[in-house]
Design a protein around this ligand. Structure first.
Ligand SMILES: Cc1cc2nc3c(=O)[nH]c(=O)nc-3n(C[C@H](O)[C@H](O)[C@H](O)COP(=O)(O)OP(=O)(O)OC[C@H]3O[C@@H](n4cnc5c(N)ncnc54)[C@H](O)[C@@H]3O)c2cc1C
Length: 442
């Protein structure tokens, strides 16, 4: 019996395997590891599953990520824009208001300063008005957020809002009078793999896990056995471990356990998530703007964000070509969920032509990627349901790590942090070969 079985080989599972070292194994369903951090493509065009970059306020987590990437890394400066009434406004919106008409700047500033929404917010819509004032909320925050979350903002809770930075008044005033400012400065500069798309990152972590990573290993059933757990995969084989760490989505874990009490299962079933479609559109020529991403709050355009892949790395496009990855969130069971790839492609190419980014005759490659579990949605019952589910999992003696295992809106840096902490808890310290070299944190 091995010490620790790690279910799922995304960033969380791979870093768990790397930090735990010998005695641990990672079991991944698909033929390639990486989960949400993989890269797809064809005809020389590559796209991530929505724009992915490396940045973090957590220096240690970021240092581990950059350490595994080694030399295959490039640093770039964020160049995002927001498509607002036909203008490509600098991102975040509050740092781009100098591009708006003077009357609009005054409206935004006055609404921010004289904000009447003083009461402590109880849900996300109230929070936006409370923090940003009427004009910033109505012009950008509200339409963009309702578009990405596919949920009325009054039905969303507040557990996740610390992710959204608050604009300092001084920045707003400066921008309004035309002095350039930057917001979200923790991600102004970011790292990205030079070659291989974002997937080069999980592949590099997987190199450190080596023979202890098993792909095409679809976990179907978990059984408690003497002194540990039996893991049965789709091909019928069984592996035994003293301890298990699940990075699988909660419902996948519960299906494998099979004997979850009805009230716990009901709490898990009621947890909300959004799926994602990424429509990759490759074009001939180098006519696209040098933006990393264009955010699109308008409901008239299907995607909420367009990523310009050549700006992430020239390796993502063939010579003389460029591409756009269009991100579309989908509420499971909605009409949009039924759209075929052809429908999505036709609509997206039309959208891109309509907003003036390309000409139809330039398009040489189109492709759709579908991801079921993409975004955790924090609706009003979230905290209570997650507690029921986590308490149950803990009570069964299982450990969880990762975006849909812990059910949190987290980036890869938080996955690294969780893997670090859980590995120390299980082993006392991380495996010597996975430690950072001296000076990596300075
Ligand atoms: C659009 C978008 C943009 C993002 N942008 C960024 C960004 O810029 N920077 C950043 O740091 N993060 C970003 N993220 C977040 C990042 O992708 C995730 O936090 C991270 O990849 C989650 O890793 P994970 O291992 O926790 O989960 P996952 O990647 O979901 O991994 C779970 C793994 O379990 C496997 N699995 C599922 N079922 C089974 C089974 N039955 N048996 C075995 N294996 C199974 C899956 O195949 C998968 O490999 C973004 C996410 C999205 C959706």
């Amino acid at each position: 019996m091995k010490d620790v079985g790690i279910l799922g080989g995304g960033i969380s599972g791979l870093f768990m395997g790397r930090f735990l070292g010998e005695g641990s194994e990672v079991l991944e369903r698909d033929s390639t590891p990486g989960g949400l951090s993989r890269t797809f493509g064809g005809n020389g065009f590559k796209s991530d599953i929505g724009g992915h970059i490396l940045f973090s306020k957590d220096k240690e987590a970021l240092a581990h990520s950059l350490h595994v990437l080694g030399k295959n890394v490039r640093t770039a400066r964020r160049a995002n824009r927001i498509l607002y009434n036909g203008v490509h406004v600098k991102y975040p919106f509050e740092n781009g208001i100098d591009q708006l008409a003077p009357e609009e700047r005054v409206e935004i500033l006055c609404d921010f300063i004289e904000n009447p929404h003083k009461e402590k917010p109880t849900q996300f819509k109230e929070w936006m008005f409370h923090v940003f004032g009427d004009a910033l909320t109505n012009k950008y925050m509200l339409p963009y957020n309702e578009k990405i979350w596919k949920t009325p903002s009054e039905d969303m809770s507040l557990e996740w809002v610390e992710r959204v930075p608050r604009p300092p008044l001084r920045d707003l005033v400066k921008t309004a009078i035309g002095i350039s400012t930057e917001g979200y400065t923790h991600q102004l500069y970011f790292q990205y793999p030079e070659k291989g798309g974002f997937e080069a990152f999980p592949r590099a972590i997987a190199d450190g896990v080596g023979q202890r990573l098993f792909t095409n290993c679809d976990v179907q059933k978990l059984k408690q056995v003497d002194g540990g757990w039996a893991v049965i995969t789709r091909d019928g084989s069984e592996r035994r471990y003293k301890q298990l760490v699940s990075t699988l989505p909660i419902n996948t874990l519960f299906d494998a356990l099979g004997d979850v009490p009805a009230e716990v299962q009901a709490a898990a079933d009621a947890l909300r998530f959004n799926s994602l479609r990424v429509v990759l559109v490759g074009i001939k020529g180098e006519t696209l703007p040098e933006y990393t991403a264009l955010y699109v709050p308008s409901p008239e355009v299907l995607a909420h964000r367009l990523c310009f892949n050549h700006v992430f790395s020239p390796d993502l496009v063939p010579a003389g070509h460029q591409s756009i990855s269009c991100e579309i969130t989908v509420r499971p069971g909605s009409d949009l969920d039924q759209w075929s790839d052809d429908q999505l492609i036709t609509r997206k190419v039309d959208d891109l032509v309509k907003v003036g980014l390309l000409k139809k005759e330039q398009v040489v490659h189109t492709q759709v990627h579908r991801e079921k579990y993409a975004y955790v949605v924090y609706d009003r019952g979230y905290a209570q349901r997650v507690k029921v589910v986590r308490d149950y999992i803990e009570g069964r003696g299982l450990h969880i790590a990762g975006r849909f295992a812990e059910y949190q809106y987290v980036n890869t840096d938080a996955c690294v942090r969780r893997a670090l902490e859980l590995s120390k808890q299980l082993r006392g310290s991380i495996a010597p070969e996975s430690r950072l070299p001296e000076g990596a944190l300075s």
